[in-house]
Design a protein around this ligand. Structure first.
Ligand SMILES: Cc1cc2nc3c(=O)[nH]c(=O)nc-3n(C[C@H](O)[C@H](O)[C@H](O)COP(=O)(O)O)c2cc1C
Length: 310
């Protein structure tokens, strides 16, 4: 058995596998498939200040090797999340990474204050990259300066010892520039990648299938993009922890991200057809490391860059 324990921006996790935001709500649904405390962390759906109904239906469509969604940050709002969802995870002893999303910098700050004052939170994930908002101008992570503005504003409100990760979009010319900007602004690490903006057209009506017209592409189709992004950022900022996400279905997929430089990984879209996938990925990651004779996840990290840990 390989050593799967992972140190992520000062937080010790039993293994590097987490759920991806938006793919497992706040964890309750997964409780019937496995013990949520056994995962490295549970990343909750991005929460906003007020309840939100999201974008018009239909909001999901299958595509080759992936899917498009235009959920649009539907959710109960922060009050309900803190009263109902977060306590469930905390009482069970899971490690909640709380994802927040705001339409303005002030909203991010207010959400941060509320979340960090709630006991049991293990980390904050600041989603500055959701592509499914009506106003694409709101995607802070499309611009290094806008991304930095959010992180700089949030930073003073995050207590020492509570890691804060910026969730980045691949829909940019240089994700390294955005990662550098959020690192300089005080993020403890980056989660990458969010979905890519895409769309699908109905072959009979020749109209867009999604009610919101465009949506976020996720699943295996985006894995090479995500691995590339992790690799580039690790090469440019080797000390900056990266959580890799995008199309992970198996332990071998997870190991690909670790080799590219990820300190931890998240499992998203596959959960919709295999809710037990996150724990299966943990077991398969262990077997993959054994198969390759690598003693620990930490030894495998960054291998693709040559020489690391070998
Ligand atoms: C239905 C759905 C909802 C999502 N909602 C969120 C969200 O609320 N916040 C967020 O940061 N990412 C959200 N994501 C993006 C995922 O967390 C992840 O970054 C992306 O799907 C790539 O990983 P995957 O290919 O394993 O799904 C969502 C993805 C899907 C498919």
């Amino acid at each position: 058995m390989a050593d799967l324990t992972t140190e992520l921006a000062g937080v010790r996790l039993p293994n590097p596998v987490m759920t991806a935001s938006g793919c497992a709500a706040a964890g309750q649904e997964l409780g019937q498939f496995f013990d949520v405390t056994e995962l490295g962390a549970i990343v909750t759906k991005s929460i906003m200040r007020f309840p939100r109904s999201g974008r018009p239906t239909p909001r999901m469509v299958e595509t080759p090797s992936g899917m498009l969604n235009s959920i649009g940050l539907q959710g109960p709002g922060i009050d309900s999340f803190l009263a109902r969802d977060l306590p469930w995870l905390v009482q069970r002893g899971a490690r909640p990474f709380v994802s927040i999303a705001g339409s303005t910098v002030d909203e991010f700050v207010e959400l941060t204050r509320r979340v960090v004052n709630s006991p049991g939170v293990s980390a904050l994930e600041v989603n500055i990259s959701c592509p499914n908002v009506e106003n694409r101008g709101l995607v802070f992570a499309c611009d290094p300066m806008q991304a930095a503005r959010v992180i700089e504003a949030v930073r003073p409100h995050v207590p020492e010892g509570l890691p804060m990760f910026a969730k980045l979009t691949p829909d940019v010319t240089s994700i390294v520039d955005v990662a550098r900007a959020v690192a300089d602004a005080g993020a403890d690490g980056a989660t990458m990648i969010n979905t890519l903006l895409g769309m699908a057209i109905d072959p009979d009506t020749l109209r867009p299938i999604l009610g919101g017209v465009t949506g976020g592409l996720s699943g295996p189709a985006i894995r090479p993009v995500a691995v590339r992004a992790v690799y580039q950022v690790h090469a440019a900022l080797p000390e900056f922890p990266v959580i890799g996400v995008g199309g992970i279905r198996t332990g071998a997929d997870a190991l690909e991200f670790v080799a590219a430089g990820a300190t931890a990984v998240q499992v998203g879209t596959v959960i919709f057809n295999d809710p037990s996938a996150p724990m299966r990925v943990v077991r398969e990651l262990d077997s993959e490391l054994d198969r390759l004779g690598i003693a620990s996840v930490e030894k495998a990290r960054g291998c693709a860059h040559g020489g690391v840990g070998q």
